[in-house]
Design a protein around this ligand. Structure first.
Ligand SMILES: Cc1ncc(COP(=O)(O)O)c(C=O)c1O
Length: 405
């Protein structure tokens, strides 16, 4: 069969594949613990459900303007002012089918073949593939000495005359690291000076713990005009537990947004109207759900950190945001893909290989499930890997004995 070279080079999404495998195992009655999940289990905001139901009951479910319905764009403008301290207009907002689509439309809009896009490791799995999909070249910057926090120098060293954009994701998926205010200030200043687009993926921006604070990139932007090359991506998936609604957005200068509208119009038209209306409910309704989620995650994080710190040989840089930890398992294996497969096969635990995020030897463990999942999940991993742990374990109602070293 003839399939395009480009498409053949695009890697499968490892997280979505693991979700499918976990679901298959569950359907077969296996007691799977999913530490690979990328979605909070909290309830969708009531106002989102009400809005959605009210629209559905009108039996009017139609196309909307490509850029999104006016009430949603207004809600995003208000959100940006309240959370970022940045005043924007309607021409600066495009609503898309999730932050993922927002990023994809943005990259199609900005990137010429062989333009370079700097991505900081550990990175969200989709960035390099998305850059490749527009014939751009992902340039991975890996911080030295095992840290997850990059230095401006690392970026400067990898900048070339082909560098078109830098993508920053803080709080960071998969490490949970929240980049320092100083780093954000430096990178904003550097990109402005060099005329490089700076893309901030802020999808986890309120899920921050342990006294850390997230920094709005606009705070350090000298160029506050409509020529600015600073671009923000955000959405309702993570903070409002609305992953299935598929609503995200881009904030950028009006020229970029105008072109993005054309790109989106010719590919998917508008995001689904029911989802847009639900997002209006989430953004304009009572906001306490976001803080409740943050508190729940902070508690889960404490348990995850405790359990991993008590795991012989495992090294952890404790996460300060998101709902992921990225412990270093190199004491047990340098091959995170093989390790992830072993854990699923022997212990029915889903853990995403660090290799997919540019951090071989690590596993991404999610703590957005229950405390029980975290404790039992880590205990099962220990049972598989640590010969000093008890060699019997219950997985569901099956008692298993470790018979390997
Ligand atoms: C860093 C990052 N950006 C973007 C997304 C995509 O979010 P959405 O569900 O809005 O497409 C994710 C989802 O996992 C993510 O982790």
């Amino acid at each position: 069969m003839s399939i395009s070279t480009l498409a053949r080079e695009i890697a499968e999404s490892p997280t979505l594949k693991l979700n499918e495998e976990a679901q298959d195992l569950r359907d077969r009655g296996e007691a799977v613990i999913h530490l690979g999940a990328g979605e909070p289990k909290s309830k969708v905001p009531f106002e989102a459900l009400l809005n959605c139901a009210a629209q559905l009951s009108t039996a009017e479910v139609r196309y909307t303007p490509t850029e999104g319905i006016s009430p949603l764009r207004k809600a995003i403008i208000r959100y940006t002012e309240e959370n970022y301290g940045k005043v924007i207009g309607k021409d600066n907002v495009l609503v898309s089918g999730g932050a993922k689509q927002a990023l994809s439309v943005l990259l199609t809009t900005l990137i010429n073949p062989m333009d370079e896009v700097i991505i900081l490791a550990p990175y969200w799995v989709s960035y390099p593939e998305m850059v490749k999909m527009v014939y751009g070249k992902p340039v991975i910057v890996t911080p030295g000495d095992g840290r997850f926090e990059p230095r401006l120098k690392d970026i400067i060293d990898m900048t070339s005359s082909y560098t078109k954009a830098v993508i920053i994701n803080s709080p960071n998926n998969p490490s949970g690291v929240v980049y320092s205010e100083q780093f954000i200030a430096e990178v904003v200043e550097y990109c402005e000076k060099k005329g490089i687009y700076l893309i901030m993926d802020d999808i986890y921006h309120k899920l921050v713990f342990s006294g850390k604070t997230w920094t709005s990139c606009y705070k350090y932007a000298k160029d506050q005009t409509d020529n600015s090359r600073l671009i923000v991506i955000n959405g309702v998936s993570k903070l409002y537990a609305m992953t299935g609604y598929r609503i995200g957005w881009t904030i950028a200068n009006s020229q970029i947004i105008e072109t993005m509208i054309n790109v989106q119009a010719q590919t998917t038209s508008c995001p689904a109207v029911l989802s847009q209306i639900a997002a209006v409910g989430a953004l304009t309704g009572i906001q306490s759900g976001v803080e409740s989620l943050r508190l729940m995650l902070e508690n889960n994080r404490k348990v995850m950190v405790q359990e991993l710190n008590a795991f012989e040989g495992v090294k952890l840089i404790p996460p300060d945001g998101t709902f992921y930890a990225l412990p270093d398992f190199r004491a047990y294996s340098n091959d995170s893909v093989a390790l992830s497969k072993t854990l699923l096969k022997k212990a029915m635990v889903v853990a995403v290989p660090g290799k997919e995020f540019g951090m071989e030897g690590h596993l991404r463990l999610s703590f957005c499930g229950t405390i029980m999942d975290i404790m039992e999940g880590v205990a099962r991993i220990k049972w598989v890997l640590d010969p000093n742990s008890p060699n019997e374990i219950y997985i569901g109602d099956r008692k298993l004995v470790r018979d390997w070293q």
